[in-house]
Design a protein around this ligand. Structure first.
Ligand code: CP
Ligand code: NVA
Length: 301
Protein backbone atom coordinates (compact mmCIF):
# COMPACT_ATOMS: atom_id res chain seq x y z
CA UNK A 1 0.00 0.00 0.00
CA UNK A 2 1.35 3.45 -0.85
CA UNK A 3 1.90 5.75 2.09
CA UNK A 4 -0.04 9.03 2.06
CA UNK A 5 2.00 12.12 2.89
CA UNK A 6 0.87 15.69 3.51
CA UNK A 7 3.65 17.86 2.16
CA UNK A 8 1.32 20.25 0.35
CA UNK A 9 -2.40 20.84 -0.13
CA UNK A 10 -1.98 19.19 -3.54
CA UNK A 11 -1.39 15.82 -1.84
CA UNK A 12 -5.15 15.65 -1.20
CA UNK A 13 -8.14 15.94 -3.50
CA UNK A 14 -10.55 18.82 -3.02
CA UNK A 15 -13.10 16.34 -1.66
CA UNK A 16 -10.59 15.05 0.89
CA UNK A 17 -9.68 18.57 1.98
CA UNK A 18 -13.33 19.52 2.31
CA UNK A 19 -14.04 16.49 4.48
CA UNK A 20 -10.95 17.27 6.59
CA UNK A 21 -12.36 20.73 7.33
CA UNK A 22 -15.73 19.28 8.31
CA UNK A 23 -14.05 16.66 10.47
CA UNK A 24 -11.99 19.37 12.17
CA UNK A 25 -15.23 21.14 13.11
CA UNK A 26 -16.70 17.86 14.43
CA UNK A 27 -13.60 17.05 16.48
CA UNK A 28 -13.65 20.57 17.93
CA UNK A 29 -17.24 20.11 19.01
CA UNK A 30 -16.53 16.67 20.56
CA UNK A 31 -13.55 18.15 22.41
CA UNK A 32 -15.65 21.03 23.74
CA UNK A 33 -18.28 18.56 24.95
CA UNK A 34 -15.58 16.68 26.85
CA UNK A 35 -16.03 13.51 24.78
CA UNK A 36 -13.06 11.15 25.03
CA UNK A 37 -12.10 9.84 21.56
CA UNK A 38 -8.85 7.88 21.41
CA UNK A 39 -8.46 6.12 18.05
CA UNK A 40 -4.67 6.59 18.13
CA UNK A 41 -3.92 4.63 21.29
CA UNK A 42 -0.28 3.49 21.24
CA UNK A 43 0.42 5.48 18.06
CA UNK A 44 3.42 7.80 17.99
CA UNK A 45 4.07 10.99 16.02
CA UNK A 46 7.72 12.07 15.74
CA UNK A 47 8.09 15.84 15.34
CA UNK A 48 11.32 17.26 13.93
CA UNK A 49 11.68 21.00 14.44
CA UNK A 50 14.59 22.70 12.67
CA UNK A 51 12.89 26.07 13.32
CA UNK A 52 11.11 27.54 16.33
CA UNK A 53 7.40 26.94 16.93
CA UNK A 54 4.66 27.57 19.46
CA UNK A 55 1.39 26.70 17.69
CA UNK A 56 2.58 23.83 15.51
CA UNK A 57 4.37 22.06 18.31
CA UNK A 58 1.65 22.46 20.91
CA UNK A 59 -1.23 21.67 18.55
CA UNK A 60 0.36 18.45 17.28
CA UNK A 61 1.47 17.39 20.75
CA UNK A 62 -1.87 18.17 22.43
CA UNK A 63 -3.75 16.68 19.49
CA UNK A 64 -1.88 13.37 19.67
CA UNK A 65 -2.46 13.14 23.42
CA UNK A 66 -6.18 13.90 22.99
CA UNK A 67 -6.47 11.18 20.33
CA UNK A 68 -4.90 8.67 22.73
CA UNK A 69 -1.40 8.69 21.20
CA UNK A 70 1.87 10.46 21.90
CA UNK A 71 4.19 12.90 20.17
CA UNK A 72 7.97 13.04 20.46
CA UNK A 73 9.75 16.39 20.02
CA UNK A 74 13.07 16.17 18.18
CA UNK A 75 15.42 19.01 17.32
CA UNK A 76 18.70 18.97 15.39
CA UNK A 77 20.39 20.37 18.49
CA UNK A 78 20.10 17.13 20.40
CA UNK A 79 19.68 14.46 17.73
CA UNK A 80 22.07 13.10 15.12
CA UNK A 81 20.20 15.14 12.51
CA UNK A 82 22.23 18.11 13.68
CA UNK A 83 25.47 16.16 13.35
CA UNK A 84 25.04 15.29 9.71
CA UNK A 85 23.20 11.95 9.73
CA UNK A 86 21.69 11.77 6.24
CA UNK A 87 17.96 12.50 5.89
CA UNK A 88 17.54 9.19 4.07
CA UNK A 89 18.91 7.23 7.05
CA UNK A 90 16.97 9.27 9.60
CA UNK A 91 13.78 8.65 7.62
CA UNK A 92 14.32 4.88 7.60
CA UNK A 93 15.10 4.77 11.32
CA UNK A 94 12.36 7.11 12.59
CA UNK A 95 9.69 5.60 10.35
CA UNK A 96 10.55 2.12 11.64
CA UNK A 97 9.68 3.23 15.17
CA UNK A 98 6.96 5.85 14.77
CA UNK A 99 3.58 5.92 13.01
CA UNK A 100 3.95 9.35 11.40
CA UNK A 101 6.57 12.09 11.21
CA UNK A 102 5.98 15.84 11.20
CA UNK A 103 8.84 18.01 9.98
CA UNK A 104 9.42 21.77 10.18
CA UNK A 105 12.42 22.58 8.07
CA UNK A 106 14.09 25.04 5.69
CA UNK A 107 14.40 23.54 2.18
CA UNK A 108 11.21 21.85 0.99
CA UNK A 109 13.41 19.19 -0.62
CA UNK A 110 14.27 17.90 2.86
CA UNK A 111 10.61 16.94 3.29
CA UNK A 112 10.49 15.33 -0.15
CA UNK A 113 13.62 13.29 0.55
CA UNK A 114 12.42 12.24 3.98
CA UNK A 115 9.05 11.18 2.53
CA UNK A 116 10.73 9.16 -0.20
CA UNK A 117 12.52 7.02 2.39
CA UNK A 118 9.76 6.93 5.02
CA UNK A 119 7.45 3.96 5.51
CA UNK A 120 4.96 6.15 7.38
CA UNK A 121 3.11 9.39 6.54
CA UNK A 122 5.19 12.57 6.58
CA UNK A 123 3.49 15.89 7.42
CA UNK A 124 4.84 19.31 6.45
CA UNK A 125 4.88 21.43 9.60
CA UNK A 126 6.27 24.38 7.53
CA UNK A 127 9.04 24.65 4.97
CA UNK A 128 10.53 27.68 3.22
CA UNK A 129 7.99 27.01 0.46
CA UNK A 130 4.75 25.87 2.09
CA UNK A 131 2.72 25.69 5.31
CA UNK A 132 -0.26 23.47 4.46
CA UNK A 133 -1.32 22.64 8.05
CA UNK A 134 -1.91 26.35 8.65
CA UNK A 135 -4.20 26.53 5.64
CA UNK A 136 -6.31 23.64 6.95
CA UNK A 137 -6.91 25.68 10.11
CA UNK A 138 -7.51 28.88 8.11
CA UNK A 139 -10.01 27.27 5.76
CA UNK A 140 -11.78 25.65 8.71
CA UNK A 141 -11.97 29.07 10.36
CA UNK A 142 -13.48 30.68 7.26
CA UNK A 143 -16.02 27.85 6.96
CA UNK A 144 -17.06 28.24 10.60
CA UNK A 145 -17.50 32.01 10.35
CA UNK A 146 -18.80 32.54 6.81
CA UNK A 147 -19.54 29.18 5.16
CA UNK A 148 -17.95 28.01 1.89
CA UNK A 149 -15.09 30.07 0.48
CA UNK A 150 -15.81 28.88 -3.08
CA UNK A 151 -16.16 31.82 -5.46
CA UNK A 152 -14.99 34.37 -2.89
CA UNK A 153 -12.12 36.84 -3.27
CA UNK A 154 -9.12 36.61 -0.98
CA UNK A 155 -6.34 39.19 -0.61
CA UNK A 156 -2.75 38.50 0.39
CA UNK A 157 -0.84 41.58 1.51
CA UNK A 158 2.94 41.68 2.02
CA UNK A 159 5.62 39.08 1.46
CA UNK A 160 5.11 36.42 -1.21
CA UNK A 161 6.36 33.82 1.25
CA UNK A 162 5.55 30.23 2.27
CA UNK A 163 2.10 31.25 3.51
CA UNK A 164 1.36 33.15 0.30
CA UNK A 165 2.45 30.13 -1.80
CA UNK A 166 0.12 27.96 0.26
CA UNK A 167 -2.76 30.39 -0.28
CA UNK A 168 -2.13 30.04 -4.02
CA UNK A 169 -2.57 26.27 -3.71
CA UNK A 170 -5.63 26.82 -1.53
CA UNK A 171 -7.13 29.05 -4.25
CA UNK A 172 -6.77 26.14 -6.68
CA UNK A 173 -8.14 23.52 -4.31
CA UNK A 174 -10.99 25.53 -2.75
CA UNK A 175 -11.85 27.50 -5.89
CA UNK A 176 -11.44 31.15 -4.92
CA UNK A 177 -9.76 34.18 -6.50
CA UNK A 178 -6.55 35.39 -4.89
CA UNK A 179 -5.19 38.93 -5.21
CA UNK A 180 -1.59 39.28 -4.04
CA UNK A 181 -0.16 42.74 -3.23
CA UNK A 182 3.61 42.65 -2.70
CA UNK A 183 6.64 44.84 -3.41
CA UNK A 184 8.69 44.15 -6.51
CA UNK A 185 11.17 41.36 -5.85
CA UNK A 186 9.03 39.74 -3.15
CA UNK A 187 6.55 37.88 -5.34
CA UNK A 188 5.40 34.36 -4.54
CA UNK A 189 7.22 31.46 -6.17
CA UNK A 190 6.83 31.41 -9.96
CA UNK A 191 6.06 27.67 -10.06
CA UNK A 192 3.00 28.12 -7.81
CA UNK A 193 1.85 31.19 -9.75
CA UNK A 194 2.19 29.37 -13.05
CA UNK A 195 0.17 26.40 -11.78
CA UNK A 196 -2.64 28.68 -10.59
CA UNK A 197 -3.03 30.63 -13.86
CA UNK A 198 -5.55 33.49 -13.82
CA UNK A 199 -6.95 32.41 -10.45
CA UNK A 200 -4.17 34.55 -8.90
CA UNK A 201 -3.43 38.17 -9.78
CA UNK A 202 -0.49 40.32 -8.68
CA UNK A 203 -0.50 44.02 -7.86
CA UNK A 204 1.81 46.46 -6.06
CA UNK A 205 -1.14 48.25 -4.44
CA UNK A 206 -2.62 46.82 -1.23
CA UNK A 207 -5.78 48.91 -1.70
CA UNK A 208 -6.40 47.35 -5.08
CA UNK A 209 -5.97 43.83 -3.66
CA UNK A 210 -8.25 44.44 -0.68
CA UNK A 211 -11.08 46.15 -2.64
CA UNK A 212 -14.15 43.92 -2.34
CA UNK A 213 -12.22 41.03 -0.70
CA UNK A 214 -13.99 38.58 1.60
CA UNK A 215 -10.81 37.54 3.39
CA UNK A 216 -7.61 39.53 3.93
CA UNK A 217 -4.37 37.87 5.05
CA UNK A 218 -0.91 38.95 5.95
CA UNK A 219 2.19 37.47 7.59
CA UNK A 220 5.53 38.61 8.98
CA UNK A 221 7.79 40.56 6.63
CA UNK A 222 10.85 38.47 7.54
CA UNK A 223 10.24 34.74 7.89
CA UNK A 224 12.33 32.34 9.94
CA UNK A 225 15.73 32.08 8.28
CA UNK A 226 15.54 35.68 6.95
CA UNK A 227 16.56 37.39 10.18
CA UNK A 228 19.52 39.13 8.46
CA UNK A 229 17.15 40.82 6.00
CA UNK A 230 14.72 42.03 8.66
CA UNK A 231 15.88 45.66 8.74
CA UNK A 232 15.91 46.10 4.98
CA UNK A 233 12.51 44.44 4.71
CA UNK A 234 10.99 46.80 7.32
CA UNK A 235 11.58 49.73 4.94
CA UNK A 236 10.53 47.91 1.79
CA UNK A 237 7.27 46.63 3.26
CA UNK A 238 6.21 49.74 5.19
CA UNK A 239 3.41 50.63 2.69
CA UNK A 240 1.95 47.14 3.14
CA UNK A 241 0.78 47.32 6.75
CA UNK A 242 -2.78 46.00 7.15
CA UNK A 243 -4.92 48.39 9.20
CA UNK A 244 -8.63 48.73 10.03
CA UNK A 245 -8.81 51.55 7.43
CA UNK A 246 -7.41 49.30 4.71
CA UNK A 247 -9.94 46.61 5.67
CA UNK A 248 -12.74 49.17 5.28
CA UNK A 249 -12.18 48.90 1.50
CA UNK A 250 -13.06 45.20 1.57
CA UNK A 251 -16.47 43.52 1.41
CA UNK A 252 -18.50 44.22 4.55
CA UNK A 253 -18.35 40.50 5.50
CA UNK A 254 -14.51 40.54 5.40
CA UNK A 255 -12.42 38.54 7.87
CA UNK A 256 -8.81 39.28 8.73
CA UNK A 257 -6.36 36.40 9.19
CA UNK A 258 -2.74 36.08 10.24
CA UNK A 259 -1.08 32.73 10.94
CA UNK A 260 0.82 34.26 13.89
CA UNK A 261 3.23 35.07 15.42
CA UNK A 262 2.43 38.69 14.51
CA UNK A 263 4.51 41.85 14.76
CA UNK A 264 2.05 44.54 15.81
CA UNK A 265 2.98 47.85 14.19
CA UNK A 266 4.71 46.13 11.28
CA UNK A 267 2.66 43.91 8.95
CA UNK A 268 -0.48 44.45 11.05
CA UNK A 269 -1.51 47.44 13.16
CA UNK A 270 -2.09 46.79 16.85
CA UNK A 271 -5.77 47.80 16.59
CA UNK A 272 -6.51 45.36 13.79
CA UNK A 273 -5.42 42.34 15.84
CA UNK A 274 -8.32 43.05 18.22
CA UNK A 275 -10.77 44.33 15.59
CA UNK A 276 -14.08 42.39 15.44
CA UNK A 277 -13.17 41.37 11.88
CA UNK A 278 -9.98 39.66 13.09
CA UNK A 279 -10.16 35.89 13.65
CA UNK A 280 -6.46 35.31 14.29
CA UNK A 281 -6.95 33.50 17.59
CA UNK A 282 -9.66 31.25 16.15
CA UNK A 283 -7.18 30.28 13.45
CA UNK A 284 -4.58 29.43 16.10
CA UNK A 285 -7.07 27.34 18.09
CA UNK A 286 -8.17 25.54 14.95
CA UNK A 287 -4.64 24.26 14.34
CA UNK A 288 -5.41 21.73 17.07
CA UNK A 289 -8.64 20.47 15.55
CA UNK A 290 -7.63 20.65 11.89
CA UNK A 291 -4.49 18.61 12.57
CA UNK A 292 -6.37 16.07 14.67
CA UNK A 293 -8.54 15.56 11.60
CA UNK A 294 -5.39 15.26 9.48
CA UNK A 295 -3.63 12.64 11.63
CA UNK A 296 -6.88 10.71 11.94
CA UNK A 297 -7.19 10.75 8.13
CA UNK A 298 -3.58 9.63 7.65
CA UNK A 299 -3.47 7.01 10.42
CA UNK A 300 -6.98 5.73 10.98
CA UNK A 301 -9.07 6.00 7.79
N1 CP B 1 1.49 29.66 12.70
C1 CP B 1 2.47 28.85 13.14
O1 CP B 1 2.87 27.87 12.47
O2 CP B 1 2.96 29.16 14.37
P1 CP B 1 4.25 28.55 15.07
O3 CP B 1 5.45 29.04 14.34
O4 CP B 1 4.17 29.07 16.48
O5 CP B 1 4.16 27.04 15.02
N1 NVA C 1 6.23 32.95 7.13
C1 NVA C 1 6.47 32.61 8.50
C2 NVA C 1 5.37 31.76 9.05
C3 NVA C 1 5.52 31.37 10.50
C4 NVA C 1 4.44 30.48 10.99
C5 NVA C 1 7.82 31.92 8.62
O1 NVA C 1 8.12 31.06 7.78
O2 NVA C 1 8.57 32.23 9.54
Amino acid sequence: MTVRHFLSLMDCTTAELTSLLKRGIELKSLHRQGVIYEPLKNRVLAMIFEKASTRTRVSFEAGMIQLGGQAIFLSPRDTQLGRGEPIEDSARVLSSMCDAVMIRTFAHQTLETFAQYSQVPVINGLSDDLHPCQLLADMQTYLEHRGSIQGKTVAWIGDGNNMCNTFIQAAMQFDFQLKVACPEGYEPDQQFLAAAGDRVTLTRDPREAVAGAHLVNTDVWASMGQEDEAQARLKRFAPYQVTPELLDLADKSVLFMHCLPAHRGEEVSAELMDDPRSVVFDQAENRLHAQKALVEFLLVD
